[in-house]
Design a protein around this ligand. Structure first.
Ligand SMILES: NC(=O)c1ccc[n+]([C@@H]2O[C@H](COP(=O)([O-])OP(=O)(O)OC[C@H]3O[C@@H](n4cnc5c(N)ncnc54)[C@H](O)[C@@H]3O)[C@@H](O)[C@H]2O)c1
Length: 353
């Protein structure tokens, strides 16, 4: 009787997910494309996120981001902490997250999983999907401003989409950060030639086929003159490029322009300053994925992509990771309850009256 009322779910640590082969940007891109298509079809419940900011100056916060995929009958939530002072103050990562998935037949949880991996893969996956539609197929050189966690995941996504990439240039705030990026990424891509720019951001990006900015800075670091004709630019952080970068681009694509324009990154600032209009935006990524709008149309076009993050794509990717983990029998069973409260035979010993 009581076993019937047991609730168990799968616990997946980051290492469980990695060992199960979940660091697979091809899988993440497929899941994100599926999520965007499902959302466009009205198959996704996507309520407003809940934001709790603990320090207005540093923007230390914890956000709660739910979404439900109705056809798959899966509901998920990402509980994500963003503590920007962490790296300098404690030598710790800025972002940490957990994800809970529930099925919506009985409403019971099915997975409790580490979420930083999924969250960072989502950022990379959206950039990768954009690159698939907007970068040149013969791209060989990628240049980064910023060498942190998002930059590393973006490199994996870009290499997945453009396997011809053979040179990766890194420009960061310090030589040590550039060296760390190369130390961590070179073993994953033995064929890639890595070049540390020695904090010279022009050296990192000038003439690259693909440019990525993923920094914690709030400054116009990327200059328009460094973006050659035919280049694709993925903008990940806040204010990272001078306005002339977007102005010279032939196509500007976002994950969701209505959301982007009310935030604080370069395109949002340009919009608020009257330097960019709705009509300057080529479309949202789903328009390219669905084929409603064209991606790159000529070799010399300059293209620009900016995403702020659509949390339903996190849940879609988390569900794909969970399924892969199940196939690999990864993780462990987490007992939420063995039976209902008043079925416990020992309850008389435990209750405090
Ligand atoms: N668009 C999205 O969906 C999304 C999602 C998550 C994070 N982000 C943003 O992406 C950015 C990067 O995140 P992260 O987790 O990789 O951060 P991180 O702290 O790991 O890395 C930050 C990097 O910025 C570099 N940097 C800072 N100031 C610089 C300067 N003046 N010149 C050159 N490099 C400089 C640092 O050297 C470091 O390599 C953040 O702004 C974060 O908020 C965006």
């Amino acid at each position: 009787m009581s076993a019937h009322h047991a609730i168990r779910c799968r616990y997946l640590s980051q290492e469980d997910l990695l060992r199960a082969g979940c660091l697979d940007l091809r899988m993440a891109m497929e899941a994100a494309e599926h999520a965007m298509t499902a959302f466009a079809a009205g198959d996704v419940l996507f309520p407003e996120k809940i934001v709790q900011i603990f320090n207005q100056d540093t923007q230390e916060r914890i956000n709660c981001l739910p979404a439900t995929f109705l056809p798959e009958k899966v509901c998920g939530v990402k509980w994500v902490s963003v503590f920007p002072p962490n790296p300098v103050k404690y030598g710790l990562q800025n972002l940490s997250a957990v994800i809970i998935l529930s099925e919506i037949e009985t409403g019971f949880p099915i997975a409790f999983m580490e979420g930083t991996l999924c969250s960072n893969m989502r950022v990379g996956a959206m950039g990768g999907i954009a690159a698939k539609h907007l970068s040149r197929e013969d791209s060989e050189v990628i240049g980064f401003i910023g060498s942190g966690e998002q930059a590393k995941m973006h490199l994996i996504a870009m290499k997945t989409v453009r396997p011809g990439l053979k040179e990766c240039r890194i420009g960061a705030k310090t030589d040590e950060e550039e060296a760390q990026f190369i130390r961590e990424m070179a073993p994953l891509m033995p064929e890639m030639e890595f070049v540390a720019a020695g904090t010279d951001l022009q050296k990192a990006t000038d003439g690259a086929d693909i440019i990525v900015t993923a920094t914690s800075a709030q400054a116009p670091l990327l200059k328009a003159a460094w973006m050659k004709p035919g280049a694709f630019y993925s903008h990940v952080g806040g204010w990272e490029d001078e306005y002339a970068v977007a102005k010279q681009c032939d196509k500007i694509v976002t994950d969701d322009w209505e959301t982007v324009k009310h935030r604080t990154q370069t395109l949002s600032r340009m919009y608020k300053d009257g330097e960019l209009a709705d009509s300057d935006i080529h479309g949202n990524l789903i328009d390219l994925v669905s084929g409603a709008k064209p991606g790159r149309e000529s070799p010399d076009e300059r293209t620009y992509f900016n995403a702020v993050g659509l949390a339903y794509t996190d849940v879609g990717i988390a569900h794909a990771m969970y399924q892969r983990a199940l196939e690999a029998d990864a993780g462990s069973e987490l007992t939420i309850q063995d039976s209902m409260i008043f079925e416990h035979e020992d309850l008389k010993d435990w209750v405090r009256l």
